[in-house]
Design a protein around this ligand. Sequence first.
Ligand SMILES: NC(=O)c1ccc[n+]([C@@H]2O[C@H](COP(=O)([O-])OP(=O)(O)OC[C@H]3O[C@@H](n4cnc5c(N)ncnc54)[C@H](OP(=O)(O)O)[C@@H]3O)[C@@H](O)[C@H]2O)c1
Length: 290
Amino acid sequence: MPTTDQPTIAVLGATGHLGRLAVEHLLQRGVEPGRVVATGRAVERLEDLAGQGVRVLPVERDDAGAVRSALEGVDRVLLVSGTDPGRVEQHRIAIEAAADAGVELLGYTSGPHADTSSVLLMADHRETEELLEASAVPSVVLRNAWYVENYTAQVATYREHGMVGAAGEGRVSLALRREYAEAAAAALTGEGHAGKVYELGGPAVTMPEIAEAVSAVIGEQVAYTDVAVEALRGILADAGVPAPMDAVFADVDRGIAAGELLVPTEDLERLLGRPATPLRAAVEEALSAG
Ligand SMILES: NC(=O)c1ccc[n+]([C@@H]2O[C@H](COP(=O)([O-])OP(=O)(O)OC[C@H]3O[C@@H](n4cnc5c(N)ncnc54)[C@H](OP(=O)(O)O)[C@@H]3O)[C@@H](O)[C@H]2O)c1
């Protein structure tokens, strides 16, 4: 049982990569395990955290009743953006439940320049940010730029086919998931973040620079080949990415080429209290984590 008057903090999406890391960072920041509510579907992944006293709850985001009961008595919430096509509706359910629970701060993991971006993937984030603006819940928008892991997760493919993209010489701001998670934990445990929109990202790098960093770390040459956006969509479709996600993912590279996934580094640096990890070290860490 909690023994202090610390706020109780819920993480919606704690079973995922970022959410779990956010829970770990909340604990590292001294939040009592009994003051952390960790939710998701695959809660068996959180057994170790439950063993430490974290309140683990299975919550399906479409189930408004389950979301509401998870947020009862909660003071702050990290809403990790979802993955389902209907995620905006799920976010609406969570935001309304947070408002009804009288939550004092809700952090939402959005995307770079979500309010103005032409990148297709940002449309759901823009809509969710609009829901937040219209809601009575004080919020902090954590616009996470790209994960280093988006690229390191593809290393097996890179070894076989090289790295193929359509981003040209465009730069994308990268950081490790754990860094975005730590920033979220800092915002959720800190003061003065309500009403803020943070553009979070680390070093701004090009695709050839990522290929070079991966090559150096794996000790094998990975070449970057640039193709047209439509050609990239076709490659993704051939690799089994279903429509419309083939077009949505290819469109990310169009966005990178246009500089739409580039953010200044100051917000992340300020929340972390240090600069984000440089590219090569970040690639090394992500690959050694598996
Ligand atoms: N910035 C980037 O580069 C980037 C890259 C990829 C994704 N994203 C976004 O950032 C989010 C966090 O990234 P991540 O790597 O941590 O993703 P992830 O590992 O896929 O985590 C997604 C989380 O959302 C939960 N979730 C999804 N649909 C749900 C539903 N219907 N009901 C209950 N829980 C649901 C998942 O629960 P279960 O696992 O228990 O089902 C999981 O906890 C993603 O969800 C996505 O919106 C950003």
